[in-house]
Design a protein around this ligand. Sequence first.
Ligand code: SF4
Length: 129
Amino acid sequence: MSSFKIRPHHGLCTAFFEGKGYSGDFVRNMANVIEMLEGDDPDIILTVGEDIICANCPNNRTHICHNSEKVAGYDNAVLKMCGLSAGDIVCWSDFRETAFEKIISAGRLCEVCGDCQWYHICGEKSLSR
Ligand code: SF4
């Protein structure tokens, strides 16, 4: 089975996704990626850079996010809290569960991405997880 690049902070975004996003293309792609990850449970390569979710994002015009510093900060915070490193290859479900336990259940989502434009949705949901 192939490995897919996933930004570490997307392990959090996918937990809260409810069909909203930056554009119709972005939302459709994100829904397809989540379905693939949950269905196939592939190995993923943790990547601080463009991944298969960024691919259809309107903020990614040159393969670099226009908020690249901010989102790299989210990625690095997730890696640190989960005890992982960029380039690690891990099974999707193991990564998702580790991020859930170390960040969402631990009440640390705000430390990772409290300044994200979607935090009003994800932060609220995280309180009931
Ligand atoms: S607040 Fe933003 S970065 Fe954090 S999980 Fe939600 S969408 Fe992802």
